[in-house]
Write a protein that binds this ligand. Structure first.
Ligand code: FAD
Length: 410
């Protein structure tokens, strides 16, 4: 394995203008890391990676690499691209065995982080290392957010997330599990109890409905709820998954592993699917069936009715989706899983009207990631809407730097 990776590292052309780095959302210095790896300076490479991106191990596994580093590798034009994610995974895995617990002296500033997903974990690591007293409030019984309760374990090992949970405890971070902030504790309660800074990283856990007749029936589920505990569902043999994003792919692949025959129903063409090519290919390898140009119309007791659609190029060359009238087609099902996007829940903002939100519930922040309430910051999916792990980590780094600037610590 190691030998292969060294050979892989030697394939890097060390481009003067490294497109891999330019297209990495967190600007990982890929050529530098590869050079350190070639020189067997694994621990130094791990340090550089971790300093730039504390969640590099997760990013090496779940980033949409074909749109980022790998997809822009010059080697990929005539040959296969350099597999930097595998090299990053190897370095980060080794670094994980000895994560740095060195911290600055305590500064006695209390910070409450609401949400223990990628943005919350990154905030906690960066602020604890700077000497802040950090408490994470997490609604679930474990940390990780989507890493643990969304992305299936065949894609991402839960042990990796456990390592970070242990690491945070070693850094002195307090974690309040099973604590949904909003209904019981409000933002004002946290302020009253001496938390100078409050960081909201609560993600997007409100499934968007299709808003069609029959959607409240007992066999209709939402993908992000299903993925939290798929073992508690009895889906039956014939499962339809509605949607074309990565969440739809994950839900379909999990349902397949629980023994169902799964068909993904999508209202546009395959090339319009927001899921990455890799995820679509892996779903196909798993035996998931795909049907394109089916638009949901109504759910009856044993069948779901769709209208057929087609793409038409208009006079300006734009591709439009046309729904074909009277094209009703009924498909039988035992269960339906809906995966047509998510938005933020309102637990926090419904008890704190000084925090403004956009139309779809995402939290409004300024350029420093501060909300409309002083000293309350926010980042990750709850601000941007559904994005990626690396985007959440990158925004978190910038947000933490703004808090450090406010405290004149940098
Ligand atoms: P989250 O990960 O959602 O974490 C938010 C945390 O806040 C959760 O733990 C939640 O329980 C907690 N919380 C919410 N409300 C409260 C409250 N009121 N009080 C206390 N705690 C609260 N991205 C990729 O880069 N690659 C992928 O392969 C990928 N696959 C995905 C698959 C699925 C099924 C899903 C849903 C998303 C996927 N994503 C992927 C997107 C990525 O996981 C998210 O962009 C990322 O997790 C956002 O991090 P976050 O910290 O903002 O939010």
């Amino acid at each position: 394995m190691k030998i292969d990776l060294i050979n892989e590292a030697h394939r890097c052309l060390n481009c003067k203008k490294p497109l891999c780095k330019i297209h990495c959302p967190i600007s990982t210095d890929i050529p530098h890391i590869i050079n350190l790896f070639k020189d067997n300076k694994i621990s130094e490479a791990g340090e550089v990676l971790f300093y730039n991106n504390p969640l590099s191990i997760f990013c090496s596994i779940v980033c949409p690499h074909e749109e980022q580093c790998k997809g822009h590798c010059i080697k990929g034009i005539k040959d296969t691209p350099v597999d930097f994610p595998l090299i990053e995974k190897e370095i980060s895995s080794q670094y994980l065995l000895n994560l740095p617990t060195k911290k600055k002296e305590k500064n006695n500033i209390n910070v409450a982080i609401i949400g223990g997903g990628p943005a919350g974990i990154t905030s906690a690591i960066l602020l604890a290392k700077e000497g802040f007293n950090v408490t994470i409030f997490e609604a679930f019984s474990k940390l990780g957010g989507v890493l643990r309760y969304g992305i299936p374990d065949f894609r991402l090992s839960r042990e990796l997330i456990d390592t970070f949970e242990e690491y945070l405890l070693n850094l002195g971070v307090k974690i309040k599990y099973n604590t949904l902030v909003g209904p019981t504790h409000t933002i004002q309660n946290l302020k009253d109890d001496g938390f100078k800074y409050i960081i909201i990283t609560t993600g997007v856990w409100n499934p968007k409905p299709m808003r069609i007749k029959g959607e409240t029936k007992g066999d209709i589920h939402y993908a992000i709820n299903y993925l939290v505990s798929p073992e508690s569902y009895r889906l039956g043999k014939r499962v339809l998954v509605i949607g074309g994003g990565n969440v739809a792919m994950d839900a379909a692949r999990v349902a397949k592993r629980f023994g169902s025959d799964v068909t993904i129903m999508y209202r546009r063409a395959q090339e319009d699917m927001p899921a990455t090519k890799v995820e679509i290919a892996e779903a196909k390898e798993d035996g998931i069936d795909f049907k394109f140009y089916y638009s949901p119309k109504e759910i009856l007791d044993d069948t779901m009715v769709f209208l057929r659609t087609e793409s038409k190029i208009d006079e300006y060359g734009k591709r439009n989706l046309i729904t074909l009238e009277d094209s009703d087609i009924a498909i039988s099902y035992n269960s339906i899983i809906v995966a047509v996007s998510q938005g933020p829940k309102k637990n926090i903002v419904s008890s704190e009207d000084r925090i403004s939100t956009e139309k779809w519930g995402t939290i409004v922040v300024d350029d420093n990631f501060e909300t409309t309430l002083t000293n309350v910051f926010s980042c990750g999916d709850v601000v941007t809407g559904p994005k990626t792990v690396v985007a959440a980590v990158n925004d978190t780094k910038n947000m933490v730097n703004n808090i450090l600037r406010k405290e004149k610590l940098i």
